[in-house]
Design a protein around this ligand. Sequence first.
Ligand SMILES: Nc1ncnc2c1ncn2[C@@H]1O[C@H](COP(=O)(O)OP(=O)(O)O)[C@@H](O)[C@H]1O
Ligand SMILES: [Mg+2]
Length: 265
Amino acid sequence: MKPILTVENLSVSFTRYGRGLSRVELNPIRRLSLAVEPGQVAAVVGASGSGKSLLAHAIFYLLPRNARVSGTLLYDGVPLTRPLAESLRGRELALIPQGVTYLDPMMKVGPQLCRGQRDQASRLRCRQALGRYGLGPEVEELYPFQLSGGMARRVLIASAVAGEPRLVVADEPTPGLDLRAAGRVLGHFRELAGQGAGVLFITHDLNLALTVADKIVVLQNGQTVDEVPACALQKGEGLTHPYTRALWRAMPQNAFDPGEEVGGP
Ligand SMILES: Nc1ncnc2c1ncn2[C@@H]1O[C@H](COP(=O)(O)OP(=O)(O)O)[C@@H](O)[C@H]1O
Ligand SMILES: [Mg+2]
């Protein structure tokens, strides 16, 4: 099937200026490639600092201005340019950012969710979006500072997916949520995929990824080192890359066996 999102050879680099004239080149993402098909939940799993948020931000053209970016982004087969990404964001393209600071502190939750649309249908859709994350209509009247961390996170997710997206990029969406709320979010991703959307679920938690994903893309130091079907990882079968094996063996249910090498650089 034709991917809804293709990332090809994405590289992101920064120049850091030290004392005097010294310059350091940082390359946190190097030739990263992945694809998400319609109907698929693809999880990107990597340790903290492996480049997951930079990847999400690159897709939405949200990287800081001093970032140098190269590579190809395709959305539904056409180049995903900055104008296209900006015009589709919040509608066909949904980003659930890692930080809740992305909520507008000056705007009440209701208008924020409806993006200024006041018609009856939009309001109903927003109310339903809140409702499915266990938030009542009274939340619409609150400002972000009046929300607890978990509530803010649920508002952010509701806001991102209220517009019937065709591609969802979720950057560590569940920290701060209790198990039930996290389960609801992941269940909603599955449901969106069932309706034909592609979901890129970014997480450091392989166990969590396996509860929802069809395939796992393993990220290490800004590079995709492996891509495996979730079922293979569940069983621990056919894992050839040492880092993927190490990830698998680090899961609590796969008790550490000192007889085998741990692998990974
Ligand atoms: N604006 C920036 N300037 C320089 N380095 C950055 C910048 N943003 C992120 N990095 C570095 O890039 C790496 C990946 O960051 P990030 O994508 O946030 O990781 P994570 O996988 O935890 O989301 C980190 O080492 C981080 O320090
Ligand atoms: Mg991150």
